[in-house]
Design a protein around this ligand. Structure first.
Ligand SMILES: C[S@@+](CC[C@H](N)C(=O)[O-])C[C@H]1O[C@@H](n2cnc3c(N)ncnc32)[C@H](O)[C@@H]1O
Length: 334
């Protein structure tokens, strides 16, 4: 099973089919995808649009009453975690933490469930109880009505952040979302790529993992420019610049991908003016078949793009901490 930002399921599916050999996708639900396949951890960790990857150990029936938790005992004792142990390279007694989520009516809480399963597994003497700081075997329980999926997380907690040596700026997005934006932009190895609202540089950094002719990144805020310079490899050109007056030659860019300000974490005097002025500049710097992918929750974007000579379509809506934002694909109108 892999998890992703809700709204990115189809993009993640496309990536899975592209990168893994014969994945057999069996189920897609909000923010989750189940698939079968014979893949090792290294292959799985090449997936860049997903947040975490798990191996499903079992799906068990659990009743809704507190006493039903007691009936789990025999089933849980028989669960076979050996493939997960192998994939994680664990040779000694695994140190577990168990987290649970649940949907539906039950007379026990998700904490009752996770504590019960922890106690059962420790009683088998095959596992040791760990804690949030000290564990090597994170078990996840997803209880939906009366079916509980038992899985083990294969990816480390910093997997979706691409490690820990990265500085963030306000309004920053997760690398996995940046990667999905790039996939939507249909990247090509001959592209000159540009993010004119780069913030900490998350989007250009994801683009740098693929071939391109050139990558440019700019921001109006000097602190963001300094942060992006720290985060990005040297071959990416990072500079300070107002996206309403780009210091870039006419018709020199193939693709722009940006998480532009939404007027929330990054204050903007007038969103419509900013978007309109930016699109006018984008029309100047983009080649004729150039394309733009934008993430924003502001619907004004549609009118701003259309009045400046672009056609625009919403590819998907994603849910970010409860806020719904659109991902738009934009091209010069013909
Ligand atoms: C939503 S943030 C981008 C965050 C970035 N994608 C990241 O992950 O760190 C928007 C950025 O636009 C920049 N910005 C605001 N107005 C701008 C303008 N007129 N020209 C260029 N950048 C601008 C802000 O400084 C901010 O860094």
């Amino acid at each position: 099973m892999c998890t992703m930002t809700p709204g990115l399921e189809e993009i993640a599916k496309e990536e899975l089919l592209d990168r893994l050999k014969d994945p057999d996708i069996s189920e897609i639900s909000r923010g989750k995808m189940y698939f079968r396949g014979n893949h090792n951890l290294e292959e799985l960790c090449k997936l860049s649009c997903v947040d975490n990857i798990y191996i499903v150990v079992s799906r068990l029936y659990i009743g809704s009453g507190k006493k039903d938790l007691g009936e789990l005992d025999e089933k849980v004792k028989k669960l076979d975690f050996s493939v997960a142990e192998q994939l994680l390279g664990i040779k000694e007694k695994p140190k577990i933490i168990v987290s649970a989520s649940k949907k539906g009516k039950h007379s026990y809480s998700r904490f009752d469930l996770s504590n019960h399963v922890t106690e059962l597994l420790v009683k088998t003497k095959k596992f040791e109880a760990g804690d949030i700081r000290d564990h090597n075997f994170p078990i996840r329980l997803d209880l939906n009505q009366n079916e509980c999926v038992f899985s083990v997380q294969l990816t480390k907690s910093d997997f979706r952040f691409r490690g820990s040596n990265y500085e963030y700026m306000p309004g920053g997005i997760r690398p996995t979302i940046a990667s999905a934006l790039i996939r939507i932009s249909k990247p090509d190895k001959a592209d000159v790529f540009y993010d004119p609202f780069c913030g900490a540089g998350t989007i250009p950094r994801e683009r740098s993992y693929m071939q391109s002719r050139r990558i440019l990144a700019s921001d109006i805020n000097p602190a963001a420019v300094a942060c992006a310079k720290h985060n990005l490899p040297e071959h990416i050109k990072v500079f300070q610049c107002d996206a309403r007056d780009l210091k870039v030659k006419d018709r020199s860019i193939d693709v722009i991908v940006s998480n532009i300000p939404w007027g929330k974490q990054i204050e903007v005097e007038n969103i419509t003016d900013l978007y309109t002025d930016f699109f006018r500049e984008a029309g100047r710097v983009l080649k004729d078949k150039g394309r733009i992918v934008i993430l924003t929750d502001r619907e004004e974007i549609v009118e701003c793009a259309e009045t400046t000579g672009f056609s625009i379509s919403k590819e998907t809506t994603i849910s970010l901490h409860g806020i719904l934002a659109g991902i738009y694909f934009i091209q010069k109108a013909v």
